[in-house]
Design a protein around this ligand. Sequence first.
Ligand code: IMP
Ligand code: MG
Length: 173
Amino acid sequence: MKIDKVLYSRDEIEAKVKELADRISVDYKEKELVAVGVLKGAFVFVSDLARKLSIPAMVDFIAASSYGDSVVSSGHVLLGKKPAVDVKGKDVLIVEDIIDTGETLKEIIEEFLKDKPASLKICVLLDKRERRKVEVALDYIGFVIPNVFVAGYGIDWAERFRNLPDIVSLCEE
Ligand code: IMP
Ligand code: MG
């Protein structure tokens, strides 16, 4: 796969992340926010979002993967690393790069609910809405995107393109 075109430039992303961080900062003012990024794709998003929050927050990561080297979700979600923070009684915000079928977030939500957080909300940068198979309630959404394969800003294809500062769409070589 190769880069087709830039979907969102670094400046557009920065403005959107600021907007999300401002909303989150208001909503979690009196709460005990634990922002939990989903590795690996969300590592850039979380680091930008966390630094734009104007409230205290804990930051943690979990690992989930479903794609392997394919551009089609396998439908099997592998949950890896568990959060280090004890989320019981805390206000957990799961931070994900992109939601596609919804399978990954559904599994993650089920796992977290077992640990009895005070609240559980979801923040996604990209919502590939037309591909959804299972319903997931999203609380913060950056951009709704069409059904194209994207990469950059932490998001990969076969581990490539994660380091691009912009979000691009990919096409066949
Ligand atoms: P879902 O379980 O089908 O919702 O897939 C979500 C996961 O698939 C995300 O965490 C991404 O890692 C990956 N994913 C979905 N769409 C894309 C894409 O266009 N490019 C790269 N990864 C994607
Ligand atoms: Mg991801």
